[in-house]
Design a protein around this ligand. Sequence first.
Ligand code: HMG
Ligand code: MG
Length: 300
Amino acid sequence: GLPARVRIHEVGARDGLQNEQTVIPTEIKAEFVRRLAAAGLDTVEATSFVHPKWVPQLADAERLFPAVRDLAPEVRLPVLVPNERGLDRALTLGADRIAVFGSATESFAKANLNRTVDEALATFAPVVARAKEAGAHVRGYLSMCFGDPWEGPVPVPQVVRVCRALLDQGCDELSLGDTIGVATPGHVTALLTALNEAGVPTDVLGVHFHDTYGQALANTLAALQHGVTTVDASTGGLGGCPYAKSATGNLATEDLVWMLRGLGIETGVDLERLTATSVWMAERLGRPSPSRTVRALSAS
Ligand code: HMG
Ligand code: MG
């Protein structure tokens, strides 16, 4: 059966904006986060404390985070940290949910983190331990869980190994990333099954689909049928990864909410308000949202 409720982990302000070439004013980003929360999203990934040269768009994290952190107590504002330097920056500002981000493939670990897979894991170990000591919730992202632009299809056992390592370090949840959007539903089910067989319970797993080949919703449905209840999505379908060629936007939050609403699955999200937020953001970015649901609901 399908779950009664799905937690949407909104990544538009982070995964969505990190790929934008034109630097968006901090105040616009803060307003975006506020509008996302006001539309009923209770988990709004705010920014990344990464090296500013690697992701110039998020170089304003020190100004952005304080502008949104007191939004509402029920709104969770996770932030990405790649290493202890990033963790220090985040904790200083009062962040209480952090995310490390590993890779299932060597090529992407190098491109995204300038590390091997195992060097990246070694970097995360003290980050996760110190974050837990500080009382923070820790998400472990894992990129390239299905296919990699340099290496092709990614063997399931390779993904399972890194998932296990992240959980053993103390991550509270994992997000399985289809960074370049090549997954199809059978592959999703196969990976989730293999993870269960390796002792990973479904309730710590979230899914993170990019929509490059139009498969993100089908993949999400496969994950829901497997029992997954945490789904990452980006309002308006913004997104991509600057260090993964061919990555396009994430699954659009509106497309996800439209499907879940039709299935009678609770999300707490006000779809009309969210669509208005996408239209507002698209005006700021100077191009229409690629989301079919946004286009359908805003056409008049
Ligand atoms: P590096 O060059 O190897 O860094 O980059 P380093 O450790 O050698 O340090 C070099 C300098 O950077 C030092 O300064 C550090 O202090 C500084 P110096 O001593 O030379 O003056 N530094 C920092 N400064 C500020 N904040 C920091 C930080 N760390 C070091 N946190 C590093 C390694 C990890 C820093 C770099 O590769 C990086 O920042 N990468 C981030 C890439 C990124 O953000 N990618 C996008 C997010 S992942 C994604 O989108 C996928 C996801 O959506 C899931 C999916 O779709 O699959 C999550
Ligand atoms: Mg992503």
